[in-house]
Design a binder for this molecule. Sequence first.
Ligand SMILES: Nc1ncnc2c1ncn2[C@@H]1O[C@H](COP(=O)(O)OP(=O)(O)OP(=O)(O)O)[C@@H](O)[C@H]1O
Ligand SMILES: [Mg+2]
Length: 489
Amino acid sequence: MSDLHDLELLIESAVPIIYVETPEEARLDALVKRLGNRLGKPIIRWSVVSGLQGTHNVDSSKDKSNPGTALQQILQSDQEGIFVFFDLHPWLEEPVVVRLLREIGKQYSQIARTLILVSPTVTIPSELETLSVKFSLSLPGRDDIIAMILAESEAWGEKKKRRVQARQEVVEALARNLIGLSFSDCRAIIRSLIYDNGILDDQDVEKAIEAKYKTLDSDGVLSFEMETARFTDVAGLRRLKEWLGYRREVFLSDNAPPGLDTPKGLLLLGVQGSGKSLAAKAVAGAWQVPLLRLDFAALYNKYYGETEKNLRNSLKTAEMMAPAVLWIDEIEKGLSPDDNGGPSKRVLGTLLTWMAERESRVFMVATANDIEALPPELLRKGRFDEIFFVDLPSDDVREEIFRIHLELREQDAESFDLVELGKASSGFSGAEIEQAVVASVYASFARKEDLTDVHILAELAQTKPLSVLMAEKIHGLRAWAADRTVPAD
Ligand SMILES: Nc1ncnc2c1ncn2[C@@H]1O[C@H](COP(=O)(O)OP(=O)(O)OP(=O)(O)O)[C@@H](O)[C@H]1O
Ligand SMILES: [Mg+2]
């Protein structure tokens, strides 16, 4: 294991203070124990409950819970070795404790004492910076997770006297999806999946993804969307679907073939209600990866003054969930350029940097319908792999939208004159067609009649579609999109 090697190098390089930020105390402790044996160094441990343990050179019975006393004793003795302090972090704000750590550290050339500070969180005071380095425990890789699944399955099997049922693909999928979590979090999730019913199947993969997300997400700016969509729910958008189809395999493969860049993301720009949000959800559904939604409104509301930091954290969480789709709906609302130098400028900067530099397989799908509010930097070549324009649906696509929405409402689409409905709904958006179907289902139900074309046609005739109400705006949008975007259908 490389952790052993890395920590050994640090200790051998005579750094006096090594701090380790980890919830996996037991794992670190085991590592230090092995190193102590290997290097022939004694290990002395301290915690607030047991005080100093593992040395006869200092009096461990003295004032156990006071780290100042323990450090004072260490400073005055000539005991060499590795001193592991568990959860010392609350005392790192005390000047006496900081000073003692510094004194011990400065003596290293005379008395070789390595102090290892282990806590779930550590902020090293500036006085100690030059004397200390950070060490991070590695996260389990694919093979480690598979080994863990096997070990946990075996343990369960022995206890229950029957075998865990799991297909190889499921084990692989679990391993792929749990990457990015610590050993203990992985183990806890695997255990709960096995103990549930002794079976590991596709549902457990979904549960694992959700559990991972819950483990990672701390601030609620990013939401995990359980509901994705399928491309069969989306009419039209043929070029977009083809574009995504071409990229699916490369995006999902662990080592993309040379010469093919990992797809990074796209922008769907277009008319209201034309299916942009639906299409964004369908990307995750079609690629069978988690759908994570980044909510700018939550970002601004919740954390006044901490927006960029939280954006960075959210993006990091998204990366830990990779491969994943990161969906930013109505991106222009969070990044409006007219607010000079305000948080949105800096948020935009953070986002653009991330888009340019990220290496992970997080596919960003942004949607927008107001080009005037879109910052031009976002549209510059190379930000998105492609910008698609989603226009109002054409005749044949409208027929398809009717079919989809009739079938979603348990109607037999074949008994309707879809061509006629398509013609009658010229200028309607997908959302408006859906509304017409919904309203006519209600109308027919209220009249105790079976739904027919007549109900729907009546509904359409009553509606003034957006294309009429907002003719100018849509015209402007089309003109703008003509030489800057690719038609989605
Ligand atoms: N091409 C389509 N195929 C099937 N259903 C559609 C289509 N376009 C729109 N709809 C229906 O209309 C609903 C609203 O569409 P959606 O929210 O995706 O539009 P949008 O482009 O995101 O609109 P907005 O700009 O207002 O956010 C969808 O949930 C879906 O039911
Ligand atoms: Mg939308």
